[in-house]
Each structure stands twice: as C-alpha cells, then as structure tokens.
Design a protein around this ligand. Structure first.
Ligand SMILES: NC(=O)c1ccc[n+]([C@@H]2O[C@H](COP(=O)([O-])OP(=O)(O)OC[C@H]3O[C@@H](n4cnc5c(N)ncnc54)[C@H](O)[C@@H]3O)[C@@H](O)[C@H]2O)c1
Length: 263
C-alpha cells in the first residue's frame, strides 16, 4: 500500500472507453482486478456495451455511462453514479478527446472551441469531480489525463489539438501540486502514434504515404515507416501508474512513443 492509503484501489473510471486507447485501458485494468465505470458519447453506445461485456467476461463489474465530458452536470452525475453503483472511486482516466485537422489560417472558431471544450474542459471536469470524491474518501488515489507528444511540440494542421494537449499538461501539474497533501497522484500519458480509430484517416493517410497512421506520423514529423504501436503500449504504462508503488510519480507527462520525443 502507498503512503496515505489504507485500502486497495478497486474502482476506475475511464472516459472515451468505447474504442482505442480508452477501451484497452478499461480491459487492462479489469484484468488487474478493477471494477470499471466506462464512459462514451451516446452515438458510440453499441461499442461501449461490447466493452462492458468484455469486462464482465473477465469477472469484473462494468458500468457503462453515456455522456459528453465537456458538460459539467454530466460529468458530476456520472461520477456520482459510479460511486453509488461501484462503491468508491480510486482511479480516474480522463482519456476522451477529439482531433481537429486544420491549418490555423483556415481554422474555424467553432471547431477550435469544440476541441478545447472536449479535450481541456472535459479533462478539467473529470479532474475536479474525481478529486472531490478522492479527497472525501481519504485513501489517496490516481488521476490520469490523456496528453500526447503533440502536447510537447507542435505539428502542422494540428493547432487546436496541440493547444489542448499542452493545456492538459498544465492542468495536470497544477492538480498534482494541489492534491499532493491528499496522497493523490496526477499524471498524463503522452503517446506518439497509436493505431486507433482516431489515427485512421483514410484519404489523408493515403496522401501522406499510405497506411493507418501515415497522416498522424506526418503531423508528428515522422516518415510513413516511423514508429507506431497498438493501444496496449499505453495501457501497460497506465497499469503501472495506477499501482500503489507508483505513489512517488506525480505531475508528469510520460511519453510512450517509440523514441520520437525526448523530454
Ligand atoms: N491514437 C493516438 O495516436 C494518440 C496519440 C496521442 C494521444 N492520444 C490521446 O489518447 C486519447 C485516446 O485516443 P484514441 O486514439 O483512443 O482516440 P479514439 O478517437 O479512437 O477514441 C476516443 C473516444 O473518445 C470518445 N469521445 C469523443 N468525444 C467525447 C466526449 N465529448 N465525451 C465522451 N467521450 C468522447 C469517442 O467517442 C471515442 O470513443 C485521446 O485523448 C487522444 O487525444 C491518442
């Protein structure tokens, strides 16, 4: 057990869990004994229900929660529901985000605002309500947000996304300081190119050399044969960061990218 912790961590909440990295994290944490509240938007309901079935097949509880993380009441109610049904909240993974592809000269204000609403306000709200609950429990906890290597350096056609991921790192550092007295760590994972629905860009991939991830690699300054991996590389980092033994890591944005960006 970590300092400040008297009972094991058993309940995790993962946003954007119907597919990609969020889904993989939910399954990995279920493998490790966690009951999970899993969130996604209503249009992804079928996929989220299948993730819930996969979690239950592992012998763990799954609570699907539908809603947009950019809405304060929605996040508050989802966290309350998770605590009511699963009994507590030990781990928050603020994973949901959207990618906007546009050069700044063409960047639509509504799209820019939407990226910041989902990727920054959504993370802030998950941080806020998870932190309140974990402070109340008095047993420490683990809070993680999804950053990116595009939260460490810019790239073409990615200004809205890059701005949002830099902001996630800032939020994370501030909350890490605020929650240190409560033995709650706050970190981000900062992936490079991970092969998920977000990085399957069809015609844009073709235009940048072909294959899933080619356009994302180009945005990250990589050639079409540059490093890419499946979401399991992120899930395994998360699996470590939520363990009691990771109590001494906080305020960090941990890069998992095959060696593209060095901190
Ligand atoms: N795939 C990559 O290469 C990569 C690299 C760096 C960082 N990331 C980050 O990792 C996280 C997961 O990425 P992914 O590749 O799995 O993306 P993805 O698009 O495959 O999955 C994201 C999920 O979030 C959900 N979502 C979107 N808006 C939402 C909202 N308002 N409320 C609730 N859910 C919402 C989507 O429906 C989807 O299921 C994101 O924060 C992303 O920015 C991904």
């Amino acid at each position: 057990m970590a300092p400040g912790q008297t009972t094991p961590f058993t309940v995790a909440f993962i946003t954007g869990a119907a597919q990609g990295i969020g889904r993989e994290i939910a399954l990995r944490l279920a493998d490790e004994g966690f009951n999970v509240a899993i969130n996604d938007i209503p249009s992804n309901a079928d996929a989220l229900h299948s993730v819930a079935k996969e979690v239950e097949a592992k012998g763990r509880k799954a609570l699907p929660l539908f809603g947009d993380v950019s809405e304060e009441d929605t996040v508050r109610v989802m966290v309350e529901k998770a605590v009511e049904v699963l009994g507590r909240l030990d781990v928050m993974i603020a994973n949901a985000a959207i990618a906007i592809i546009s050069e700044i000269v063409d960047l639509d204000v509504e799209k820019f605002d939407r990226a910041l609403a989902v990727n920054v306000r959504g993370v802030m709200l998950c941080y806020k309500y998870a932190a309140r609950q974990m402070i109340k429990q008095g047993n420490g906890g683990r809070i993680l947000g999804a950053a990116s290597i595009l939260g460490k350096r810019g790239g073409p056609m990615a200004a809205a996304y890059v701005a949002s991921k830099f902001a996630v790192r800032g939020l994370t550092q501030c909350l890490a300081i605020e929650l240190a007295p409560h033995h709650i760590t706050v970190n981000t994972y900062a992936p490079g190119v991970i092969l998920t629905p977000m990085t399957a860009m069809g015609a844009l991939d073709e235009a940048k050399g072909g294959g899933h991830g080619a356009a994302t690699k180009w945005v990250c300054g990589l050639p079409p044969d540059g490093p890419a991996a499946g979401p399991e590389v992120v899930a395994s980092l998360v699996s470590y960061l939520v363990k009691p033994e990771a109590y001494f890591i906080t305020g960090q944005s941990l890069t998992v990218d095959g060696g593209v960006v060095f901190n």
